[in-house]
Ligand binder design. Structure first.
Ligand code: PNS
Length: 172
């Protein structure tokens, strides 16, 4: 397969994988690894949403993402607090990547992709099917298990598992 950087027009393909990542799971990481192969640069962008109350701060979430993607040279970690399409324009990104686990995900994702298209026709959304191994997995499920001190080692990388333990130990 022709590597993305070998495009005839020389344009560098930059994609953004946006999300809450509270925290990053093996499901996210699977999408990151696969999407990174398809683009020159993949920017994993954490939404700094002031109306939500996440378990991890934006700094903690980006820190964990940096740790678990440190072996992927074309993956960059960033955060944003703007409309996704505006953020993408500011980063010269053409494509937004989203993972889909189920039909339920699809309805929400279709609404979001259509909204983004309405806001900016030049931005494309591509969907990647989550590895079936992780089709049930979500950050919320991971937090629920960790809150009750259950095992999450099959669901998140060791650095995230340790961060969850510290977070819930501090809350107990
Ligand atoms: O991991 P999530 O919470 O499903 O990610 C949702 C996210 C961050 C991709 C979405 O909420 C988003 O892009 N928010 C930025 C604000 C925006 O652009 N909204 C219009 C599109 S719905």
């Amino acid at each position: 397969m022709t590597p993305p950087s070998a495009r005839a027009d020389g344009e560098r393909r930059i994609a953004v994988y946006p999300g809450s990542f509270d925290p990053v799971t093996f499901g996210h990481l699977d999408i990151i690894r696969r999407a990174a192969k398809q683009f020159d640069t993949l920017i994993v962008a954490v939404l700094n949403n002031l109306t939500k109350s996440p378990l991890f701060s934006v700094e903690e979430r980006t820190g964990l993402l940096r740790e678990v993607t440190k072996d992927l040279p074309n993956v960059e970690i960033d955060s944003f607090r703007d409309l996704l399409v505006r953020y993408m324009r500011s980063r010269n990104a053409q494509v937004s990547v989203r993972g889909i686990r189920s039909v339920t995900d699809f309805e929400y994702e279709l609404q979001m992709a259509s909204t983004n298209r309405q806001l900016d026709e030049g931005i494309e959304t591509i969907f990647m099917m989550t590895n079936p191994k992780y089709s049930y997995l979500s950050s919320s499920i991971v937090k629920e298990i960790a809150k009750f001190d259950g095992a999450v080692s099959d669901l998140v990388p060791p650095a995230v598992e340790a961060a969850l333990r510290r977070k819930f130990a501090a809350k107990r």
